[in-house]
Design a protein. Structure first.
Length: 157
């Protein structure tokens, strides 16, 4: 890259002022200005307990019965909360699953996995920190997760 002095001496006299003005203008625009970054607050991490309660409310709104939230912190290394509900039909159970997925997505709980959706006997939706179980009456009695996880505390919602 040429310096300003080399450019001026290499140009004819009548063009020197124009060349000098352009060179100075380029040098001024080439100066990098640092922008002041404003601290943008990070959104608060979604609370798994709040989402578990919201999933239970969704199940209750859609007329599921025997809705229970189990607090598995310290009991299970896999998840923090189980939401367990009993549906009356496979269509109702799928609606609960779909609405819970939609509500979770809105607050930052994306679905990690889903099982049993097609059969509609036991639908499991895994949000990692919260696992939602929607059973039909027969499967709820057979698997009896509340008894299996008897050490877990129930959350009032």
């Amino acid at each position: 890259m040429y310096s300003i002095g080399v450019v001026i001496t290499a140009t004819p006299f009548f063009l020197r002022n124009k060349v000098l003005a352009k060179a100075v203008a380029k040098k001024k625009t080439a100066v990098k200005k640092t922008a002041i970054k404003k601290a943008v607050p990070k959104p608060a991490a979604p609370d798994s307990k709040d989402f578990a309660i919201e999933a239970a409310r969704i199940a209750g709104t859609l007329n599921c019965t025997d809705i229970v939230i189990l607090d598995l912190k310290g009991v299970s290394p896999a998840t923090d909360y189980f939401v367990i509900a009993t549906g009356t039909s496979d269509r109702q159970m799928r609606t609960v699953a779909d609405d819970a997925c939609e509500a979770g997505h809105k607050i930052g709980f994306n679905r990690f996995g889903r099982a049993g959706y097609e059969k509609g006997k036991w639908i499991l939706i895994d949000f990692v920190d919260v696992v939602v179980h929607v059973f039909d009456k027969e499967y709820r009695g057979f698997y009896d997760l509340e008894l299996l996880w008897g050490d877990a505390k129930q959350v009032k919602w």
